[in-house]
Design a protein around this ligand. Sequence first.
Ligand SMILES: [Zn+2]
Length: 376
Amino acid sequence: MPMKSITCAFALSALVAFGGEQLMNLPAAPKGGRFQTPPDLIWPAKPGEADVCLWYADRFAACSITIDDNSKPDHDWWLKLSEELGIKLTWFVITDHCVYNRNTGFNGTWADWQKLANAGHSIQSHTTNHKAKHGDVPMPSDEEVEAMYRDSLKAINDNVTNNIACCIAYPRGEPHEAIAAKYAIACRGVYGVPNSANTINYLCTNKGAAGKGHVQMVAFGETQEGPKWLHGKKDLKRGWNIVLYHLVHAGKDDATREKNAASTEREVRYIASLKDDRLWVCRFDDAAKYGQERDSATLNVVENTQQKIAFDLTDRMKDDVFDFPLTVKVRLPDGWKTVKASQGEKPVKADFLLHEGAPYALVYAVPDRGKVVVSQ
Ligand SMILES: [Zn+2]
């Protein structure tokens, strides 16, 4: 992001690196956004200039596929499709249903969630019991809500390994942001529009839709179909589209269930077809980490010579949870043909690329883990 990039000769960030703020989540964005969303990819012009990419691997926009309400009858179908397409999903699980097994055929067991986590999918909370105000059911008390959020995250973390539960999807989209802020880094609501990159409300994100209109809005800034009112929303371009599914094989008979599954499969295949070029198709928690690290990041280039470029990268987020690498694009000195990078003495991933004949690196570094050194 251009406004966050400061090239300076002094290492001012030492104090920040030794602690600094440790935020669990960011407050709501100011009116007008946290920054100006760049309309296209950014290519810093001068050797030694660096920029935190809007999304991982310098993708144009982001998309997360989330699945609610346990939906066990679909697990094998999702596992097969996601493996074929090379995408990871996020499951929002009602955790009491895994324990009481009122209907194991629908709700799944801890072993089922472990299987999904082992395949790289993210297991997050849809609370303990899905209680929310609707019909004659009253709004749960604050104490109840707090237990629903806290205990569900703990249950997942106690029962599923290879996974950190730190996100919540609000039952029926009914948010209790102040309570969730104590336990979660991000929460998903159900307001149906993609998230603009510069105004994401991490404690109650919107959801978009899997239809081409929403996907093309973020990935290209245009809609080929879908709600007419989306056409005027150009600020959704480069945003984060969060798709929400429930039971995919739904319907009264086999033919209806197959038809519904086929329609979902078409949508998911379309999203995946954009993943290597336009879209970062990612887990909900990974995008929530990347976004908040990016939104609070400070990047200082502290050394810039023909042989070596070094920068400090810090953020305001809690270091033991916010461990996802940011992608930093660095304009390399003319003539470089390869690149390698290290952070705090350890090697980190760095990709070399040419753009209009000029050399660049994409460097992957976690904020607050020490100085990053880029060399040939
Ligand atoms: Zn639900």
